[in-house]
Design a protein around this ligand. Structure first.
Ligand code: 5AD
Ligand code: SF4
Length: 447
């Protein structure tokens, strides 16, 4: 979501005549797009702001803006120490160009959060965002050949640990025609892979007089767009609604990647209840069985939160068991981070000590690594289709003259593949024979 917002904002500012620079030294304006999902992400922003405060001592004209979820969460509190000039939440991004221009002209503090939210109706916001998205969402290309397209904004689930519904607001599904039209334009610009985004993207629902569009319908319509070869969607919430329909489209359409990111978050039913996740670990595992029955080679990924308030060793053991049964391709593991304003933070003490969280994190990661290692070994000797992203991290630091650099790409199942090849392959599909593997990366040669 943040990457998409950054792309939209960049496109809007470019159209207004601004140029992009990676260096603070050259910049007249510095914008920090922020995430509030864990405290650590916010602390990094505060540390950047500390650095900018120092720079502003010698360059008082530098305009600093904080945009995104942290702007929404903290509002004009961010203006207090005279470093930040612009505070702009996710729903006000369409106004950002104006705010930047005003700040440059008038050097006035511009909080585009809180008061304005109260003044405007949600519908007006929605319209402004929809327009912003449609106009500027047709050329985002942070990775060549790939684009994110928002299917829906916000979240209604209110998992007790999560700040998202507070900062991104309630769920709004975008009109299917607008989404498909955007995908068509992206295809026209050479985009080959589109990832549909939503906090609970499988809850996508758009009413058209007497018909309802689901994510399955949307994937079907997007599959008809010429030029688009791969379609993905993240993130799915474990839910019965549309589940079979979505899997059917995945099984039937060669364009819909056989990949599902569907976090369980925890394996203990007691903790799942306390998290306000509406399922048990047993039911969740049955859902995975159904997915694997419908789409036999499906790659499934998950997220876990460990150290939620009240999590005992027994609860944690249930999570380890779930990981062993789920056999994810990979899983992102997060230590519980109390977020101000959430139900968990209001009602529960962050009781699990930091060292216990760390120990559980390491243990769960080791379990996942073993599973990922087994699954990645199964690729040895096989040929896989890869959408090339570009130079790998290693080749960016250590480019050898005269040799093909190291590239990185992903398979339809989201496996990361590293191989040597010409940089001109970025944004294109190629075939790679896998000759080596590590738990989370495949290595191979161009065939
Ligand atoms: N603490 C730790 N992890 C969190 N996530 C969301 N909120 C929190 C929190 N308060 C994790 C969930 C989610 C991912 C994006 O971030 O696992 O799926
Ligand atoms: Fe947060 Fe839960 Fe919504 Fe995901 S489903 S964004 S974890 S509230």
């Amino acid at each position: 979501m943040n990457k998409l917002d950054t792309a939209l904002v960049t496109a809007a500012l470019k159209e207004a005549g601004f140029g992009l620079t990676e260096s603070v030294k050259e910049a007249d304006v510095v914008l920090i797009n922020t995430c509030s999902v864990r405290e650590h992400a916010e602390q990094r922003v505060l540390s950047h702001l500390g650095h900018l405060k120092h720079i502003k001592k010698s360059r008082p004209d530098l305009v600093v803006g904080v945009i995104g979820c942290m702007a929404q969460r903290l509002g004009d509190r961010l203006l207090e120490d005279n470093t930040v000039d612009i505070v702009c939440g996710p729903a006000q991004l369409p106004e950002l160009t104006q705010l930047v221009t005003k700040a440059l002209q008038e050097r006035k503090k511009s909080p585009a959060v809180t008061e304005k939210i109260r003044q405007r109706t949600a519908e007006e916001h929605s319209q402004a965002l929809e327009e912003f998205e449609s106009v500027y969402g047709i050329e985002n290309r942070q990775i060549p050949g790939q684009a994110f397209v928002r299917a829906m904004r916000g979240c209604n689930n209110f998992c007790t640990y999560c700040v998202v519904p507070y900062v991104r607001g309630r769920e709004v599904s975008r009109p299917p025609e607008a989404i498909v039209e955007q995908i068509r334009k992206l295809a026209h610009h050479g985009i080959k892979q589109v990832t549909l985004l939503g906090q609970r993207v499988n809850a996508y629902k758009y009413k058209h007089s007497d018909t309802v569009w689901s994510l399955a319908d949307l994937l079907g319509a997007a599959s008809d767009v010429e030029g688009i070869e791969w379609l993905r969607f993240v993130t799915s919430y474990p839910s019965e609604e549309f589940f079979d329909e979505i899997l059917q489209v995945m099984a039937a359409s060669p364009k819909v990647c056989n990949y599902l990111h569907m976090p369980a978050q925890n394996g203990s039913d007691k903790i799942l209840r306390a998290m306000n996740r509406h399922y048990s670990s047993g039911w969740y595992l049955e859902l995975l069985d159904r997915a694997r029955a419908a789409v036999p080679d499906i790659a499934i990924a998950g997220d876990f939160i460990i150290g939620f308030p009240g999590e005992t060793d027994e609860d944690f053991e249930a999570t380890v068991q779930l990981a062993k049964h789920a056999r994810y391709k990979n899983a992102f593991i997060f230590k519980y981070s109390p977020r101000p304003g959430t139900t968990a933070d209001n009602r529960l003490q962050d009781t699990v000590p930091a060292e216990v969280k760390q120990r559980r994190n390491t243990e769960l990661l080791a379990v996942q690594e073993e599973i990922s290692d087994e699954l990645s070994r199964a690729f040895l000797g096989k040929e896989v289709k890869v959408l090339v992203e570009g130079l790998s991290k290693k080749s960016q630091v250590n480019m050898e003259a005269g040799r093909n650099p190291q590239l990185v790409g992903r398979t339809a199942g989201d496996w990361i593949v590293v191989f040597n090849g010409p940089e001109s392959l970025a944004g294109r599909f190629t075939e790679v024979r896998i000759s080596n593997s590590s738990p989370f990366t495949l290595f191979g040669e161009l065939t």
